[in-house]
Design a protein around this ligand. Structure first.
Ligand SMILES: [Zn+2]
Length: 105
């Protein structure tokens, strides 16, 4: 009985963690668009820690917004370059130089 309850709690906290990550991405986007990149990076750091703790994978649209190497928030024209070529989107993080390729349709 006890283990069953724990499993359910774990599932519930995972949903809460996903919502928290969604909120952090939301805040980061707003912060970045108002020029506060420091806050945006901070949000991404928190989201990354939650992601690791709960073993969550980011939804696809979020993967484009964060550098997988330095975990900085990526804003086109600010610290990132996005290029689409032959169905592949190349994301270049200018903070650490990481180049990520994501299939794009
Ligand atoms: Zn980076």
């Amino acid at each position: 009985m006890a283990s069953k309850k724990r499993k359910r709690d774990k599932k519930l906290s995972k949903i809460m963690a996903e919502q928290r990550i969604g909120g952090l991405f939301d805040t980061a986007q707003k912060a970045a668009s108002s020029g506060d990149m420091k806050l945006a990076h901070n949000c991404m750091k928190q989201a990354w820690e939650i992601k690791l703790k709960f073993k969550i994978t980011y939804p696809r649209e979020y993967k484009w917004m964060v550098c997988r190497k330095c975990h900085h928030f990526l804003l086109s024209g600010e610290n990132a370059t996005y290029r689409v070529k032959k169905g592949v989107m190349t994301i270049n993080c200018r903070d650490c130089g990481e180049i990520d390729k994501v299939p794009f349709k």
